[in-house]
Design a protein around this ligand. Structure first.
Ligand SMILES: *Cc1c(COP(=O)(O)O)cnc(C)c1O
Length: 354
């Protein structure tokens, strides 16, 4: 054990909630484990992390998170295999991205030991909370926010890093019908779209509500200049299959560097699936839908891994995608979840034992 791990002060709960939880019928992100990790940034540095009973956080009304939205988060999962070993999937990528996000929001970057050792220690304390049922996992939500006070519009001088855990069931999004967005934008050049900044999601809710009112479940984000290029699917990256080629847009200020996305690109390359990382226009997708070469569209992200799209609306016309027996979406989802849950070899070295 290294120094930090043994340094983490642990205060256990006196009353576990675990017996109230129906692990066979878990929802997504609504049930929380017994403990959480908390670490404060003050006096110019990160203090010692602590594991405490899951509890409310008390803040001053002038805390800057409320006014200026300095808040960034991550999402990853822990999996338990049949031997009760616990695994994470590429957690260092989440750690690095948390700091990329924090930096963009003028927030202090977190040391790797606090994230990695803190997470592992928390998972050991709450290991009973990691579901074993097929498709279930423990959703992990690390986040940093401005807890420092004052109405002055400037970066806070105090922050909190928290990791909370939510045992979650299989995430079935169903077949999603999406609307290609022509008015609103999720992100812009020079903006914060590449960061997992809380405010990005607040800005997505209203356009998504409008799409839902029109009978769609999600919005396909397009570029902010002319709404000409396909960029992301809700809060997921997007893949489009034309004939046998899988296409996804290049990451940028506007397209978030998803860990699922880059894993899919590597898997496609290893499995001989032609994959192109390039800009893709709405026109190309509409034309492919018309001539039948559009085979699949799917979102890619940690929560659902892969979320198939059944059709899309654009300029008042609905286009249906074919119902294929064998899809890249299903192949890739199984490929990734088998690695995550230690059911298959891990040729890429993505799996990390806790
Ligand atoms: C989190 C997120 C993704 C997916 O990232 P993963 O690392 O694959 O979970 C994609 N797009 C946006 C906007 C996101 O916030």
């Amino acid at each position: 054990m290294n120094t930090l791990m043994s340094d983490i002060k642990i205060t256990k709960t006196k009353t576990t909630k675990i017996h109230d939880v129906d692990f066979d019928n878990l929802n997504f992100g609504r049930t929380f484990s017994d403990h959480m990790l908390v670490c404060d940034f003050k006096d110019g540095k990160w203090q010692s992390p602590e594991i405490v009973p899951y509890q409310a956080i008390v803040l001053d009304p002038s805390a800057k998170i409320f006014h200026y939205g300095q808040s960034v988060f991550e999402g990853l999962k822990a999996y338990k295999d049949t031997d009760d070993s616990v695994w994470l999937f590429r957690p260092l990528e989440n750690f690095k991205r948390l700091n990329i996000s924090a930096k963009r929001l003028a927030m202090p970057e977190l040391p790797e030991e606090i994230f990695m050792d803190g997470l592992k220690a928390l998972l050991k304390v709450d290991s009973e909370w990691i579901p074993k049922k097929e498709g279930s996992s423990l959703y992990i939500r690390p986040f940093i926010f401005a807890s420092g006070n004052g109405f002055h519009a400037s970066p806070a001088d105090e922050y909190k890093f928290v990791i909370a855990l939510a045992p979650s069931g299989a995430y079935f999004s169903g077949n999603v019908k999406v609307l290609i967005e022509e008015t609103y934008s999720r992100s812009a050049n020079g903006g914060v779209g590449f960061a997992k900044a809380g405010g990005n999601y607040a800005g997505q809710f209203y356009p998504t509500q409008l799409a839902v009112e029109k009978g769609y479940q999600q919005v396909i984000w397009t570029d902010d200049t002319n709404h000409e290029y396909i960029e992301e699917a809700g809060a997921m990256n997007i893949f489009i299959r034309i004939n046998d080629t899988l296409i996804t847009g290049p990451t940028s200020d506007r397209i978030l560097d998803g860990i699922t996305r880059k894993s899919i690109i590597d898997i496609a390359k290893a499995e001989g699936i032609p994959v192109e990382v390039r800009k893709i226009t709405v026109t190309e997708v509409v034309n492919a839908a018309k001539d039948g070469s559009l085979k699949e569209m799917f979102g890619a992200g940690t929560a659902a891994v892969v979320s198939p799209i059944s059709g899309f609306g654009y300029k008042g016309i609905d286009y249906d995608l074919p119902e294929l027996k064998e899809t890249y979406a299903a192949f890739i989802k199984k490929y990734i979840t088998d690695i995550q849950t230690n059911k298959s070899e891990d040729p890429f070295g993505w799996r990390v034992k806790v």
